[in-house]
Structure formats: structure tokens, C-alpha cells
Design a protein around this ligand. Structure first.
Ligand code: NAG
Ligand code: NAG
Ligand code: NAG
Ligand code: NAG
Ligand code: NAG
Ligand code: NAG
Ligand code: NAG
Ligand code: NAG
Ligand code: NAG
Ligand code: NAG
Ligand code: NAG
Ligand code: NAG
Length: 508
């Protein structure tokens, strides 16, 4: 078993300076054409963040305005990405909302199942089947670190996707620095499994009660109706839970164990971040042990009036989960619990080298009709790499092959391709590319260059002769002029130049 890391924090007694400013970030209402105000918060249309997909209106009645429209994506294209401007180094809560509304027609009564991706990390499968059958929308929430000036959010079609995927709403909200800060966000992200207010039965608690607009869903009928902790100060909790979650609890009035089957879903085997929140100001002592699936979790927790949180960073869970609170011998009262959060810990999928990404972006811009899935990270997640791109393994992810043979491309080949210095193969044959062949001498690993069956013009750069690794240069059936550089005629290099009517052999 891995090293388990937990911390216990007693909060301070000072009154929190509770700010009512809404969380910073973007609220994006997908598929709408206009900016809308909902509960005094601004929702933007999504057209400034994505270039693919089609806006659609839902014909079924929905209560939430954000569910009335969605953006739908053609199933055949494996990846579609939003590009969201972010503050580098900030921690974002990303929430995605899905309500199918039958937009794919009567042949597809159930919603498609597909993947959602943040940067190079496969976040989760989106399966809204059960919620949709109940007439509910579904939401997913995760916490990710912004490592660049943009973050990409992508929808991916997979083998189980049987009709066009879609998204209804997208929220990128900055979280306070201290939230979940024992997680190493440079290597991990967390995806929400459950966040509940125990013994509470009202509508979900969120902004303005939760200043970051996290959603605390009701869980379990309370046996005790009296709210026992009106004055909990939450500012000392690093995770800053809303004080409202301390107004209710689940607990035993007797000196007996409290067993909680929570979270309700059966969990896939993985590591989880767990935070449990307790507070009590009843006279007497409330001290108990906590165990998770029978495994000792925390000993002699004292649920004091000012509140206490116990959390684990990477706790292994699998299948159904039971939390047991057992009163200690010294306790005069039974155990209780106010709130809890469980997140799946995700290993980050990495990122393609920034130099390659910038160069490939320029190459994309010089093509008039680049492949439709060329958005988001070019290499990762591996199963979602761009059409025609293959990449190196390992931590430093480089682009090693650019192969767009017979893709019906027009436009030109940007000289920025020369910045992708790990390239070993460039295959662009049988397209309608025109313009000059750029200077590729910085591509010292290049082995094959296939530019045949295009409309490249100008001279063959003699700098090609300086690339010692080069084995194949195919340039036939273009419109090249001038002389073939003499340094390309050497043993070990196969060069083809036929069908260039104005090209002459090298000077003798
Ligand atoms: C929206 O803001 C206005 C003025 O700032 C305020 O009077 C109103 O109560 C707010 N409405 C909601 C739903 O918060
Ligand atoms: C969706 O509804 C809005 C407002 O009713 C309308 O302006 C827009 O054209 C509709 N969009 C589509 C794709 O039908
Ligand atoms: C989606 O969820 C439903 C209901 O839980 C399940 O029957 C179905 O197999 C899931 N689909 C996929 C592709 O996982
Ligand atoms: C989902 O649908 C069920 C059945 O219609 C309903 O009881 C429940 O309150 C809904 N849940 C949410 C979160 O809206
Ligand atoms: C988390 O944030 C709190 C409050 O700002 C700080 O005291 C603590 O040192 C931080 N912990 C880590 C691991 O960064
Ligand atoms: C909560 O605080 C207020 C003001 O500080 C005080 O009057 C009240 O008695 C406190 N309530 C409880 C239950 O401690
Ligand atoms: C609530 O009370 C019932 C009956 O006394 C008991 O069976 C149940 O375990 C209690 N639930 C909790 C969460 O304490
Ligand atoms: C609480 O946990 C400790 C350490 O595992 C154990 O020694 C003790 O017996 C437990 N107390 C109860 C009441 O289960
Ligand atoms: C490039 O793609 C073509 C057509 O798909 C294929 O025949 C060729 O082997 C590929 N070349 C490389 C270097 O992967
Ligand atoms: C060239 O590309 C076209 C599609 O753009 C394809 O139909 C044709 O078969 C390709 N020719 C060769 C020789 O591969
Ligand atoms: C390549 O990258 C360098 C910086 O690394 C930059 O100065 C240059 O403009 C880029 N483009 C080309 C075509 O070399
Ligand atoms: C090829 O180049 C010649 C001479 O530069 C030019 O006249 C001709 O239009 C070009 N043909 C094509 C198909 O680009």
C-alpha cells in the first residue's frame, strides 16, 4: 500500500471576513449566440472559444436557461476542443454540464457516451444515460492547474460513441490558493466523485453560500432536527467549506457507531482524495475513531465547536465505500459528521513540448484546410493525437512524424516546420501544396522528406544536403525550378525529381 498522508486542522476562532464577490473565471453557455445574465452572473456565448461544432436548440422544456442550447460535434472527428484563456499558475475548478435533449433525433433516444479531456489528460467518460432517463442534467467537476496561457477542454469520440457528442455549459472558475492544496497539482488533478452536506434535505448549497460556487448536494435524512453549530467559522479550513454545511449533520444520539454508505456509487479501483468535515458545540465530549471500509483512518477525533477537517490525499478505494465512526471510551456523546468530499486522483497526461506546439500551430495556419481534429494538444492523450502526427514516448513529448499523405490539402508549408527539431519523417505527398520548400537544415534527425505530387515551386534548398541523417528526398511531380543541388547526389540518399519541367540537373 502506498504512503497515506493525512492532516488534521483545527480552525481559528476569528470571524471570517466573508466576501460576496462571485468567483473569477468564465461561465460559458454553449450553443447560444448572445451574452446572458443569470442570477447576476454573466454567461458568455461559446463562439469565441471554439471553431468547430454546431450550435443547437433543445426542443424539450428545461428549467435552467443554460440547458436550452448546446454545441453538437460531428461524431466522425475524434476530438473537438475549446481553448480557454487562463491565468498561468492558477488552480481552476472546471465544471461541465450536459443535457442531451434528444438533439440527435428519434433514431438516437439515449444520449451518446464520449470522453472529456483537459489539456493532455483524459478526465473521464461522459455517460449521462441514467440522469437523462430521469429528466436530469449531469455535471462533472474537476480541479486542474493552468500551466500555460490557455487550457483546452475537449470532447472526444470513442469506440462507444454512437451519435454526435455535445456539451451544454462550461465553467472555468479560479479557486483560492489554499483549496485542496495538499494535492500536487503539477503532477495530478482531481475529479469530483461526491460532495455532500449530511443530514440536509434542501436544494444544493452553492454560490453565494459557497464563495467558489462548488455544489454541495443534500445527503441523508437527519435524525436530529436541531442545527447545532450556527457559529462555525470556516475561514480556517483550507478548503473553505460554506458555513451552511455545519448547520446539519448525520449522527447517533446514542453512544454507538454511525455507519455511512458513502459515496453511494461503487467506485473504480483508484486513489482518492477524501475530506471529512465535523463541528459540534453541544456540551459534552464527542470523540470517535474513523474507519473507511474497516481500515483505520483517524483515531480519537474530537468534534469541537470550531470545527475540524480530516483529509487523505491518495487513499485507495474500490467498490462500495463505508465510513464508520465509532465513539471512543472517553466520549460522552455519539459521533456525527457534517460534510464530505471525495475526488478521484488523476495522473496528468503530460503536454507536447511547447516549441513543437507553437511551430505546429504555424504549420496548421499555413494549410488552407488542416485536418478537423487538429485542436487541443497534438500528442496527448495518446489515443487522441492529431491525425498525421506521431510523437515520442517518455516525459518530454516531441513530434517525430508529420504524415499528411493524400489528405487533399492546399496552402503552403510554413518555415516554422523547421522548429520541430525532433522530426524524423515529413510526408506531405499527393496534395495541392504550393510555395517554396522551406530551409529544413535545423531538422538534424530528418530521415525522409516526401513532398511528391504537389505544386511546390522555387529552388530545391541546397541546405538539405547538410542533413546527414537524410535517406529519402521525394520531390517528383512538382513545379520546382533551378538546378538540383549537387550535394544531394550522394551515396545513401535516394532523391527523386522527375516531373518538374523546369528543373535542371546539377552543374557538372
Ligand atoms: C442582482 O443585483 C442587483 C443589484 O446589484 C440586486 O438588487 C439583486 O438583488 C441581485 N439579484 C440576485 C438574484 O442576486
Ligand atoms: C435557437 O433559438 C434562438 C432564439 O430563439 C434563435 O435565434 C436561433 O436561431 C436558434 N438556433 C437554431 C440553431 O435553431
Ligand atoms: C452508460 O451508463 C449506462 C447506465 O449505467 C450503462 O448501462 C452503459 O453501459 C454505459 N455506457 C457505456 C458506454 O459505458
Ligand atoms: C433527478 O430526477 C429524479 C426523478 O425525476 C428526481 O427525483 C431528482 O430530484 C432529480 N435530481 C436532481 C439532482 O435534479
Ligand atoms: C495550504 O494553505 C494554507 C493556508 O494558506 C497554508 O497554511 C498551508 O501551508 C498550505 N499547505 C500547503 C501544503 O501548501
Ligand atoms: C452565535 O454568535 C452570536 C453572535 O456572536 C451569538 O449571539 C450567539 O449566541 C451564537 N450562537 C451560538 C449557538 O453559539
Ligand atoms: C436514525 O434513527 C434510526 C431509528 O432510531 C436508526 O435506525 C438509524 O440508524 C439512525 N440513523 C442515523 C444516521 O443515525
Ligand atoms: C480507536 O482506534 C485505535 C487505533 O486503531 C484503537 O486502538 C482503539 O481501540 C479504537 N477505539 C475504538 C473505540 O474502536
Ligand atoms: C504515411 O501515410 C501513408 C498513407 O497513410 C503511409 O502509406 C505511409 O507509410 C506513412 N509514412 C510514414 C513514415 O508513416
Ligand atoms: C491522392 O489523393 C487522392 C485524395 O486526395 C486519392 O483519391 C488518390 O488515390 C491519391 N493518389 C495516390 C497515388 O495515392
Ligand atoms: C523558431 O523558433 C525561434 C525561437 O526558438 C524563433 O525565433 C523563430 O522565429 C521560430 N521560427 C522559425 C521559422 O524559425
Ligand atoms: C509552374 O512554374 C512556372 C514557372 O514559374 C509557372 O509559369 C507555372 O504557372 C507554374 N505552374 C503551376 C501549376 O503552378
Amino acid at each position: 500500500m502506498s504512503i497515506l498522508f493525512f492532516l488534521l486542522l483545527f480552525i481559528s476562532f476569528h470571524t471570517p471576513s466573508f466576501s460576496q464577490t462571485p468567483p473569477k473565471g468564465f461561465l460559458i453557455n454553449c450553443g447560444t449566440l448572445t451574452t446572458t445574465q443569470i442570477n447576476n452572473r454573466t454567461w458568455l456565448p461559446d463562439s469565441n472559444f471554439i471553431t468547430t461544432g454546431t450550435p443547437k436548440n433543445i426542443t424539450t422544456q428545461v428549467l435552467l436557461p443554460t440547458l436550452k442550447t448546446l454545441r453538437s460535434f460531428p461524431l466522425q472527428v475524434k476530438k473537438h476542443c475549446y481553448n480557454i484563456p487562463v491565468y498561468r499558475g492558477a488552480k481552476y475548478m472546471i465544471r461541465t454540464t450536459y443535457f442531451y435533449g434528444g438533439v440527435n433525433g428519434v433514431d438516437h433516444p439515449t444520449p451518446p457516451v464520449f470522453d472529456q479531456i483537459i489539456d493532455g489528460t483524459l478526465w473521464s467518460v461522459v455517460n449521462t444515460t441514467v440522469d437523462y432517463a430521469n429528466g436530469n442534467s449531469s455535471f462533472y467537476e474537476g480541479v486542474f492547474l493552468a500551466v500555460g496561457k490557455f487550457m483546452s477542454f475537449c470532447i472526444g469520440s470513442n469506440s462507444y460513441t454512437d451519435s454526435d457528442p455535445f456539451v451544454s455549459a462550461l465553467e472555468f472558475l479560479i479557486l483560492g490558493d489554499s483549496l485542496y492544496n495538499t494535492t500536487d497539482f503539477n503532477n495530478f488533478a482531481i475529479g469530483l466523485v461526491a460532495r455532500n452536506s449530511f443530514g440536509y434535505s434542501g436544494p444544493s448549497i452553492r454560490y453565494p453560500d459557497d464563495q467558489f460556487d462548488r455544489i454541495w448536494e443534500p445527503f441523508g435524512q437527519s435524525n436530529s432536527t436541531k442545527a447545532n453549530t450556527e457559529n462555525v467559522s470556516v475561514s480556517g479550513f483550507w478548503n473553505l467549506p460554506p458555513s451552511k454545511v455545519f448547520e446539519t449533520h448525520l449522527g447517533s444520539e446514542q453512544l454507538e457507531s454511525l455507519e455511512l454508505r458513502w459515496p453511494t456509487a461503487s467506485l473504480p479501483s483508484s486513489k482518492y482524495y477524501i475530506a471529512l468535515y465535523f463541528a459540534d458545540n453541544t456540551a459534552g465530549s464527542r470523540i470517535f475513531n474513523i474507519s473507511v471500509n474497516g481500515v483505520h483512518y483517524y483515531r480519537d477525533l474530537n468534534a469541537i465547536a470550531s470545527g475540524v477537517v480530516v483529509f487523505a490525499n491518495q487513499w485507495p478505494l474500490s467498490g462500495p465505500t463505508t465510513i464508520t465512526l465509532t465513539p471512543s471510551a472517553s466520549s460522552s456523546l455519539g459521533p456525527l459528521i457534517n460534510a464530505g468530499e471525495v475526488f478521484n486522483v488523476l495522473s496528468l497526461g503530460g503536454r507536447t513540448s511547447t516549441r513543437d506546439v507553437i511551430a505546429l500551430q504555424r504549420v496548421k495556419e499555413s494549410l488552407r484546410n488542416p485536418p478537423l481534429d487538429w485542436s487541443g494538444d497534438p500528442c496527448v492523450p495518446r489515443q487522441y493525437s492529431w491525425t498525421g502526427i506521431t510523437c515520442s514516448e517518455g516525459l518530454r513529448i516531441r513530434i517525430v512524424t508529420l504524415n499528411l499523405t493524400s489528405m487533399d490539402l492546399s496552402g503552403s508549408l510554413s518555415s516554422f516546420v523547421a522548429n520541430m527539431t525532433a522530426l524524423t519523417n515529413i510526408w506531405l505527398g499527393n496534395n495541392s501544396l504550393s510555395g517554396q520548400i522551406p530551409n529544413l537544415s535545423s531538422l538534424t534527425m530528418l530521415e525522409t522528406l516526401h513532398l511528391e505530387e504537389n505544386q511546390f515551386s522555387g529552388e530545391i534548398p541546397s541546405s538539405l544536403g547538410n542533413i546527414s541523417s537524410l535517406k529519402e528526398v521525394f520531390l517528383q511531380n512538382n513545379n520546382l525550378t533551378g538546378q538540383i543541388p549537387a550535394n544531394l547526389l550522394k551515396p545513401g540518399l535516394s532523391i527523386r525529381t522527375s516531373g518538374n519541367n523546369f528543373l535542371s540537373p546539377p552543374a557538372p
